[in-house]
Design a protein around this ligand. Structure first.
Ligand code: BJW
Ligand code: ZN
Length: 250
């Protein structure tokens, strides 16, 4: 057995025997569905980095440009379907007494795969929020009829209902994430580079409060040395190996 296979075996035992599990996912889990990650080689759009576009300043400097980026990402996400990693997490939720899925992703693929208890800490790309009255509407049109889209109620421009750099994640969402970590026995951290705060610190909170923390990533991250186990490989290949299909645990 290779070292990684031994770790997968160990992780499977930990996950199968725990009652309460909290999961944090990042862009890597959707990579096998064809959704570009942020910091990988496919993360660039017209030579812009996400850090240059995912900010309130970038939006107010040039709302049309930022909406064109979102329109491009919406077109990629619209074609995307959940991969075996998303489905494995949805099935695992059905087997656990308590499982919360915290996701940094805004693509909605966990919902599509059947996960139920989801905290979208960075928002959702299919929602448009009015910059004046705050009204939030679902909007699945690709491409958008106009960029930026306008609010049906007050006529002001809308923005994606997501959390940009320098913005605060709604307190209720952070509180619920921390509570899920407090209540869990094991935390799984999947497909995130762990560089963006405060999401990056959630795994550290889990570790510091005595939870087992297992990471799954294509490569090691700066946080890997702090975790109990790091499984290297594609999440769509590793996650289905981590539980026994159709077996119900109490
Ligand atoms: C695979 C795989 C496969 C690939 N299988 N794995 C403390 C210290 C320093 C800075 C800060 C701090 N606190 C706050 C900050 C500032 C800032 C920040 O963190 N900056 C860092 C860059 C340093 N944070 C904020 O501004 C946050 N707000 C905040 O803290 O408010 C309070 C505050 C305000 C002002 C000052 C101080 C405090 C808000 C952050 C919001 C992030 N928003 C984005 C955009 C969301 C909307 C959108 O999508 O358009 O969220 S940025 C982008 O990064 C997006 C992602 O969710 C997020 C994380 O990226 P992720 O998921 O990790 O993706 P990648 O690409 O980085 O990694 C992919 C990983 O997958 C890689 O590791 C691959 O190896 C792996 N992989 N294929 C398994 N098949
Ligand atoms: Zn409005």
């Amino acid at each position: 057995m290779s070292e990684n296979e031994e770790k997968i075996f160990e992780a499977k035992e930990i996950i199968e025997s725990c009652a309460s599990l909290t999961v944090l996912t990042g862009a890597g889990i959707s990579a096998e569905s064809g959704v570009p990650t942020f910091r990988g080689k496919d993360g660039l759009w017209r030579n812009f980095r996400s850090e240059q576009l995912a900010t309130p300043d970038a939006f107010w400097d040039n709302p049309k440009l930022v909406w064109e980026w979102y329109d491009w990402r919406r077109s990629a996400i619209k074609e995307a379907r959940p991969n075996p990693g998303h489905f494995a997490l949805a099935e695992l939720e059905g087997q656990k007494r308590n499982m919360t899925l915290i996701t940094q992703n805004i693509d909605g693929l966990h919902q599509m795969a059947g996960s139920k208890k989801i905290l979208e800490i960075h928002g959702n790309i299919w929602q448009v929020r009015c910059t004046k009255c705050g009204d939030i509407k679902q909007n699945h049109r690709v491409p958008l009829e106009e960029t930026p889209p306008r609010c049906e109620l007050c006529g002001e421009i809308g923005r994606p209902n997501v959390v940009w750099f320098g913005e605060i994640i709604p307190m209720e969402v952070i509180d619920r994430s921390l509570k899920a970590i407090e209540e869990c026995d094991v935390m799984l951290i999947i497909g995130t580079s762990g560089v963006v705060e405060p999401a990056a610190s959630l795994g550290l909170v889990a570790k510091q409060t005595g939870k087992k923390v297992i990471e799954i990533n294509l490569e090691s991250t700066t946080n890997s040395p702090l975790f109990d186990l790091t499984l290297l490989g594609r999440s769509g290949e590793i996650l289905p190996l981590l539980y026994t299909s159709h077996k119900v645990y109490s």
